[in-house]
Design a protein around this ligand. Structure first.
Ligand code: URA
Length: 425
């Protein structure tokens, strides 16, 4: 087998054979196929696509590149959730302990943020003492004792994807449906969850900007999961405006704790409950009542135990950025648009995200919204507060917000789009 013929096949719109796929993934993982050759192949896939059978084989080869975890020894059914990434998407934080409180085991292997979308591990690392890196034994221990664990995927899980994802990130080849679907599903299938709920984000702040692409991604992933024996459901959810009122690490932890305490913004609560119901249903726990678990404090109790089990202090004050800047409304009227991408880039520029994998993030940085689309706003009154430790970033963040805020005359009708747009099973 030679890599140039594999690249040429896809470049010329051909179909890769099973043997070509198995070989190229294995040879790339071992370092025999060079990064520049794999980037050429990734670009050919982005431009010319892969059919369902090719995607299935590609995913299987990435799973086979590493270890597979097994939760069969746990006394509870396992349920996991994966979001394709958005702005202010802190849902994993309240969701994992909530679903554990309702009787499922939630093995949540999460990632760090890159670009304008935040990462769950970065958010949790703003809690003093909390550790993202656990051994497989430690992970099983937290899962057994608490019922939920959120941690980094170990190096042994789908190593082909780790290498390929880092390469795609720097070669403009992230946004290919076959590559996104196989990347996400190889990790989830190797992780060994029994059921999986996918939150496929649609809109300006998401990878998928329109419903058709989101549908195709969702149905590809549902097909891959189902074929590997994982009960998989996808919700397509809106990401045209940020979720909740915060985008940034410690800011989002604070908002998540508000949800666990029975409060928090309505959209975050609605999506958390919708995903919890899907996860519990997929895990066979149809009688569980996640609303009650939020009300009666049992979800909060699981959160506190989960954080403490990973070295975190759930009572420690969260870091606060050294500097703030208030952005005011430029007119009086109805806020009809608050663009998720603009807010995500502003939070990122303030220091909440990173430009390169090895960059540090600021725990306190980010954007706090004082109004959401549909609210009345008054000229000169606060619209959002920007937080950072490095005030020289304010101007750059404000630039990102230009054109991202739409205010129309008072009385303009505004109809909010539903959060859950479609369900694909
Ligand atoms: N998340 C992943 O894990 N992989 C992708 O390709 C995109 C989002």
């Amino acid at each position: 087998m030679d890599v140039i013929s594999v690249i040429r096949t896809k470049r010329d719109r051909g179909r890769l054979t099973d043997e070509q796929i198995d070989w190229v993934i294995d040879a790339y993982t071992r370092g025999e196929v060079a990064d520049e050759q794999m980037s050429a192949l990734a670009m050919a896939i982005l431009l010319n696509g892969m059919d369902r059978a090719e995607i299935a084989r590609w995913t299987a080869a990435m799973i086979a590149s590493g270890e597979r975890m097994d939760f069969a020894s746990l006394p509870r059914p396992t349920a996991d959730k994966h979001s394709t990434g958005g702005v202010g998407d802190k849902i994993t934080l309240p969701l994992a302990p909530l679903v554990a409180a309702c009787g499922a085991a939630v093995p949540q292997l999460s990632g760090r943020g890159l670009g304008h979308t935040g990462g769950t591990l970065d958010k949790l690392e703003s809690i003093p003492g909390w550790r993202a890196l656990l051994s497989n034994d430690e992970m099983m221990g937290v899962l057994r004792d608490v019922g939920a664990v959120i941690c980094a995927a170990g190096d042994g899980l789908a190593p082909a994807d780790k290498k390929l994802y880092a390469l795609r990130d720097v070669t403009g080849t992230v946004e290919a449906i076959p590559l996104i679907a196989s990347s996400i599903m190889s990790k989830k299938i190797a992780e060994g969850t029994g059921s999986l709920v996918l939150d496929v984000k649609v809109g300006s702040g998401a990878f998928m900007k329109n419903l058709d692409d989101a549908r195709e991604l969702a149905s590809t992933m549902v097909g891959l999961g189902t074929d590997h024996g994982v009960r998989t459901v996808a919700l397509l959810t809106g990401m045209s405006t940020p979720l909740g009122l915060t985008a940034g690490n410690a800011l989002e932890v604070r908002e998540s704790v508000e949800v666990l305490a029975g409060g928090g913004p309505a959209d975050v609560v609605e999506l958390t409950l919708a995903l919890a119901r899907e996860m519990l249903d997929a895990a066979g726990l149809k009688d569980a009542d996640p609303e009650k678990a939020l009300r009666d404090g049992s979800a909060m109790d699981h959160w506190r135990r989960m954080i403490a089990a990973q070295g975190g202090d759930p009572d420690a004050p969260l870091p606060v950025a050294r500097e703030r800047h208030v952005v005011t409304a430029s007119a009086t009227g109805v806020l009809t648009g608050l663009d998720a991408y603009a807010v995500g880039v502003a939070a990122w520029r303030l220091g909440a995200g990173r430009a390169r994998k090895e960059d540090p993030v600021q725990a306190g940085a980010g954007v706090e919204l004082h109004a959401k689309p549909g609210d009345q706003v008054t000229a000169g009154e606060p619209l959002m507060t920007l937080h950072t430790d490095t005030p020289e970033r304010f101007a750059y963040a404000i630039e990102a917000l230009e054109g991202g805020v739409t205010i129309e005359p008072a009385g303009t009708a505004y109809e909010a789009a539903p959060i859950v747009l479609e369900r694909i099973a």
